[in-house]
Design a protein around this ligand. Structure first.
Ligand code: TXA
Ligand code: MG
Length: 326
């Protein structure tokens, strides 16, 4: 997989202002030297991301946040101590030297210390902050393997570190600590309750004037095929009706008893939230690549353990509707 020489090479690419895709425990990131505005600009171009959307700065350890943020509250130290390295991003007031490209022109900066060993080695070797959005084109499904990244970016990325499948499978939880009360900007595998237990206060929903987080835009994480989210019995009903119209249908559902019908593709999803999250984006990519007329997804349980998954599915479904009759 990845050896010392690969890490050296990748760190060199970052130093030279290039782009390095690397695994994190959540999803693959597309990294650039966060202190090099030209490199960060290249990153935005490769991703097709609007310049006003900020990126997360990845660091080898929590000590480094002092280089990127100021007026760091005690709550940040407590969360860092409990969850770093790991799938949690903190939004803090930015230090004055942080590039506007990284912050999207805002007064805050997002920082995270990933736990994936390849990410850890790369960050330690590089030494500085690595600005890294998820390694997918803007608005699309995040990448959880090196192969996804290669297929999506081709030669636009200078180096891809292959660390196998991302463990968690969905993006980090983002907590905004820059305002009066902490707010959850994006749910993740670390639940709101776990974060609240450390903070000792409830997390607010993002305020109207909260910093922009495009992951929180309505349509995001979306396959190209229209995706619809519904209860299990409706999945079968709608699939049958679409098949009768001669459409091809892809399904992500909990039942392993896949109906054998012409034109129907079926992925049976794991029943536990961690397993489901781990495979979610790979499943969506696979179903999308079939080029069906619709992807029907059985709605997971509406419980806190599934909150981040339900959030991503709702965004993936946004704007899609039942395909028209021929
Ligand atoms: O798990 C993850 O967080 C992955 C891996 C690669 O670390 N990264 C990721 O990056 O999901 P991205 O760019 O796809 O999503 C980061 C989210 C975006 O919604 C962005 O707007 C938000 O973080 N964000 C970044 N800086 C921010 C800031 N200063 N204030 C508010 N939101 C911010
Ligand atoms: Mg993203």
């Amino acid at each position: 997989m990845v050896n010392d020489r690969d890490i050296d090479h990748a760190a060199g690419v970052l130093r030279a202002g290039g782009l390095v895709a690397f695994p994190t425990e959540t999803v693959y990131g597309l990294g650039a030297d966060a202190s090099n505005p030209l490199a960060v600009r290249k990153l935005f171009e490769a991703k097709g991301r609007p310049a006003t959307h900020p990126v997360i700065v990845h660091l080898a350890d929590g000590v480094q946040i002092a280089n990127w943020a100021r007026e760091i509250p005690a709550s940040a130290q407590r969360l860092a101590k409990k969850f770093w390295p790991g799938p949690l991003t903190l939004v803090l007031r930015r230090a004055s030297n942080v590039s506007n490209l990284v912050t999207g022109g805002q007064e805050t900066v997002a920082v995270r210390v990933p736990s994936n060993p390849v990410a850890q080695q790369l960050l330690a070797r590089f030494g500085g902050g690595v600005a890294a959005p998820s390694a997918n084109r803007h608005g699309r499904v995040s990448a959880t393997t090196a192969e996804h990244v290669r297929r999506e970016f081709g030669t636009a990325v200078d180096c891809v570190l292959d660390g196998g499948e991302a463990q968690v499978g969905i993006e980090s939880a983002i907590v905004d600590l820059s305002g009066i009360s902490p707010a959850l900007l994006r749910p993740g595998s670390i639940t709101a309750a776990e974060i609240e237990a450390v903070l000792g206060v409830s997390l607010a929903a993002p305020a109207g004037d909260a910093p922009r987080a495009p992951g929180t835009l309505a349509a995001h994480y979306a396959p190209q095929t229209p995706l619809m989210l519904m209860e299990g019995d409706l999945v079968l009903e709608l699939a049958a009706s679409l098949l009768r119209q001669g459409k091809r249908v892809a399904v992500l559902a909990f039942s392993a008893q896949r109906p054998v019908l012409q034109g129907l593709d079926w992925i049976a999803a794991p029943h536990d939230a961690a397993g489901y999250a781990h495979g979610l984006y790979a499943s969506l990519r696979r179903l999308d690549e079939l080029g069906c007329d619709a992807i029907l997804v059985e709605r997971p349980p509406q419980t806190p353990a599934w909150a981040a998954i339900n959030d991503r599915l709702a965004r993936a479904a946004k704007g899609s509707s039942v395909p028209d009759e021929p």
